[in-house]
Design a protein around this ligand. Structure first.
Ligand code: SF4
Ligand code: SF4
Length: 150
């Protein structure tokens, strides 16, 4: 039997993956060489929201993982064109943020959010995270009703 071997890699588990996190000496160093959310956007799973999470038909409150593979998968049409298309800009996430890291005018301030996460991580370890901007909001588990643009 002729079996063609296909190679795959999970980028987040690969030794070449790197992410720079907040450092007091290197402010605004939020970058990595792979982003699950951006890959999900490119693959047609959803668009970004004001809080910078990805809104999918199943909502925002979840996590993504990705696999790069040589396996042929037939392409499907992406259901959106704009990077924020699924966000209604309702501002609910901004109201839920305990440290005002989000605003309709300025989007999300990653530095304020990161500092808060570091503080709470210290206090509640081994638990980590916040995510209040992703629960109890219109995009938590669905694409929210779009705002009427006048
Ligand atoms: S809560 Fe509203 S403004 Fe915030 S990301 Fe969701 S839909 Fe967008
Ligand atoms: S994770 Fe928490 S601190 Fe960060 S933007 Fe969301 S609500 Fe604010």
């Amino acid at each position: 039997m002729n079996i063609l071997k296909k190679f795959s890699v999970v980028p987040a588990l690969d030794e070449r993956f790197w992410a720079k996190e907040y450092s007091p000496h290197l402010e605004a160093s939020f970058t990595s060489n792979w982003s699950e959310r951006h890959v999900a956007f490119v693959c047609g799973l959803g668009t970004f929201g004001l809080s910078k999470g990805l809104i999918t038909p199943k909502g925002m409150a979840g996590r993504f993982g990705s696999i790069i593979t040589e396996l042929y998968l037939p392409p499907q049409k992406r259901g959106y064109e704009n990077v924020y298309e699924y966000c209604s800009m309702c501002g609910s996430c901004a109201k839920k943020c305990p440290v005002n890291a989000i605003s309709i005018e300025n989007g999300k301030d990653h530095m304020i959010c990161s500092k808060f996460l570091s503080k709470t991580a210290e206090k509640y370890k081994p638990r980590l995270g916040c995510g209040k901007c992703q629960i109890g909001v219109p995009c938590e588990s669905r694409i929210p009703k779009q705002r009427t643009i006048k």
